[in-house]
Design a protein around this ligand. Structure first.
Ligand code: GLN
Length: 309
């Protein structure tokens, strides 16, 4: 791959934004809760944070949006950082091939979700983080604020309330998992913490900075070791295979980077050893991934020649 110095990141981001703009009108903003449905479908932003702390951005890269399932990446990392390896007996590492909120596999797999990035798996991760820390969502929030250097990052209370009000499917998942003894906390507490971390509002800039520990093989912004190289590699691997739900194959095919998406329209991707990137645009495809953000990342890796392959 080309050297850092040879890459013109601002120009690559402009190329990516131009590709995103060509997707205007495609996809639909998440409508499963009213609090998200009012987003402008054509908003777009993208940021790149290098391993040594330089940050570049285009479009609405400093505008906060609902991080949703991108938070699942941070809750997983925080469980592993707190020594919660036992997590892997309660959640698998295989792509599900079913939508992110599906219930079907839980019955045949005895309450052990396929991976930590579908809702069922993320509920187990939140449960373990709750056991380890006593306040799972506050830990996710604190991590984001510290890594991004932005104390203004916060839980959007209206989104969290909307999640709870329309949360029957997540509640069904959590109760089913609990029926198999795979939740250690009260279902209501797990759901509250899960909805809270999904409802954090942060920008592309914030998320690119907060995702750098995965590009830095487990090192936090202050240089302290959060995860072993092996744990960081594993999280990147699960992102590549499961981070964009049942479109992970298509995403690897087009973009070729470990990534985690959310129904708020964000996609956080990792260039190991080099940078973390976040693209955002609210209109989603059928799998729940942002149409324009995926197009932007596709254009970025194609134009730069950078990917994990
Ligand atoms: N809060 C959303 C949910 O639980 C997160 C889903 C997502 O971003 N894919 O349905």
């Amino acid at each position: 791959p080309p050297d850092h110095a040879e890459l013109d990141y601002p120009q690559l981001l402009d190329t990516a934004m131009a590709a995103a703009r060509r997707e205007a009108g495609r996809g639909h903003v998440a409508g499963y809760i009213p609090a998200l449905a009012s987003e402008d479908p054509e908003a777009f932003g993208m940021a790149l944070a290098t391993v040594d702390g330089e940050v570049f951005g285009v479009g609405d890269w400093e505008r906060p949006f609902s991080v949703q399932s991108i938070s699942k990446l941070f809750s997983l990392a925080l469980v592993l950082a707190a020594g919660g390896d036992g997590l892997w007996s309660g959640v698998g590492r295989e792509p599900s091939g079913t939508p992110f909120n599906s219930l079907v596999q839980l019955e045949t797999e005895h309450g052990i979700p396929r991976n930590p990035f579908i809702n069922a798996g993320a509920l187990v991760v939140t449960d373990r983080l709750q056991s380890l820390t006593g306040d799972a969502a506050a830990h996710v929030l604190d991590f984001l604020r510290t890594e991004a250097g932005n104390p203004a990052i916060a839980v959007d209370a209206a989104v969290a309330a909307s999640e709870a009000e329309h949360g029957h499917r997540n509640a069904a998942l959590a109760h089913f998992i609990a029926s198999h003894g795979n939740l250690h906390n009260e279902v209501d507490d797990v759901l509250r913490e899960y909805f809270a971390h999904c409802s954090i509002a942060a920008s592309c800039r914030d998320l690119a900075l907060a995702g750098r520990f995965l590009a830095r093989h487990g090192l936090r912004a202050d240089g302290s070791r959060m995860l072993s190289r092996s744990e960081a590699k594993r999280i990147n691997a699960v992102m590549l295979t499961c981070g964009t739900y049942d479109a992970a194959g298509e995403f690897a095919f087009r973009v070729g980077l470990p990534a985690k998406s959310g129904v708020g329209g964000g996609v956080l991707a990792v260039l190991p050893g080099r940078a973390a990137l976040c693209a955002w645009s609210p209109a989603l495809d059928r799998a729940g991934n942002s149409v324009a953000a995926v197009a932007a990342l596709d254009a970025f890796t194609t134009a730069s020649g950078l990917s994990v392959f």
